[in-house]
Design a protein around this ligand. Structure first.
Ligand code: SF4
Ligand code: MG
Length: 320
């Protein structure tokens, strides 16, 4: 799956129809089969917009999203159906996506029959298998979404996504609303399923500790741009972009003993309606120079382990 998107994207801000925000800007990245790509950044940076573009909820106003080389917005109805099945999205709040009047069994049966995954007589057996896959008891079939805990509801959402045998799962803050102990269970379930079923996952979350645990690669987004992307362990242990450095050192979950002397992330995230010129991070960056104010840095390979968009990445990371 590739998404070399162009400049601006419509951001359908609730209650403000027609407002155009440059929610993502020149984002170009590949999601590689079998990997988990983490996407991190402050809230409002475009993480969710990226996830929603990939599942075709928002069409990009420029650029394209390619799946196996095909533009996912240019296909016919049949291609759309196939893409909608193969790439499944899961949201933070399964309340909003699970019909409150349908039992778990009905929810899973509906997903199976809409996409004609099984002939009618085989559906009950497949519903049982799906519950087993996500480690829910069989009697869950007869219960309504509100009868489950938050973690169990996310398991139902995962089972529904798996019902249509997807290849790619897009998880947007999948476990953010759950207690830490429950988060671990759901995330470990997801990792087991990924291994057993060969899934590719895009994992969007603001919890860096979780992203580190889950991801093979990580993309750091700032104001709708990827500022750094690379192997997860390398990026978390030695972030190269000043924004990644600030974001990671400000995270108490990654630096439990280091809260006091962390690099401070100064200032507010600027509004996407009022984008800074040049490097989008220059107003908050301690290393900013004149070129940073005028010229947007391109994402460039750095030290063979990732790509960084910063004019001064060499100096900043020079090892004395
Ligand atoms: Fe800072 Fe300049 Fe690098 Fe942007 S390009 S992160 S402002 S040093
Ligand atoms: Mg979001």
């Amino acid at each position: 799956l590739r998404f070399p998107l162009g400049r601006s994207l419509m951001d359908h801000v609730k209650g403000r129809p027609g407002r155009v925000v440059q929610a993502l800007n020149g984002v170009s990245l590949d999601l590689i089969q079998g990997e988990t790509l983490g996407v991190v950044g402050e809230s409002g940076c475009g993480k969710s917009t990226l996830a929603r573009c990939i599942v075709r909820l928002y069409p990009p106003s420029e650029g394209s999203i390619l799946f196996e080389g095909q533009d996912v917005f240019a296909g016919d109805a049949r291609a759309d159906r196939s893409y909608n099945r193969r790439v499944q999205m899961m949201f933070q709040d399964p309340y909003s996506s699970l019909n409150p009047r349908m039992t778990t069994g009905q929810i899973l049966a509906e997903a199976l029959s809409v996409h004609q995954m099984r002939p009618e007589p085989e559906i009950p057996a497949r519903v049982s298998e799906l519950l087993e896959l996500v480690r829910l008891p069989q009697d869950a079939q007869h219960r309504l979404p509100h009868e489950f805990s938050g973690g169990q509801r996310q398991r139902i959402a995962i089972a529904r996504a798996l019902a249509v045998e997807p290849e790619v799962l897009i998880a947007d803050e999948l476990v953010s609303a759950l207690d830490v102990s429950v988060q671990a269970q759901v995330v470990n379930l997801l990792l087991d399923l990924q291994r057993d079923l060969g899934l590719t996952i895009l994992f969007v979350a603001h919890d860096l500790r979780l992203v580190r645990h889950v991801s093979n690669r990580v993309a750091v987004i700032y104001l709708g741009r990827i500022v750094e992307i690379g192997d997860s362990e390398t990026l978390f242990s030695a972030p190269a972009h000043p924004y990644s450095q600030a974001l990671l050192s400000a995270a108490p979950s990654l630096n439990p003993d280091n809260r006091g002397n962390a690099t401070r992330l100064e200032g507010e995230l600027p509004s996407p309606l009022n984008m800074p010129s040049g490097c989008p991070f220059h107003v908050r960056c301690p290393h900013a120079s004149d070129i940073c104010k005028s010229t947007i840095p391109a994402l460039t390979p750095f030290e063979g382990c990732g790509e960084v968009a910063c004019h001064h990445v060499e100096e900043i990371n020079a090892h004395a």
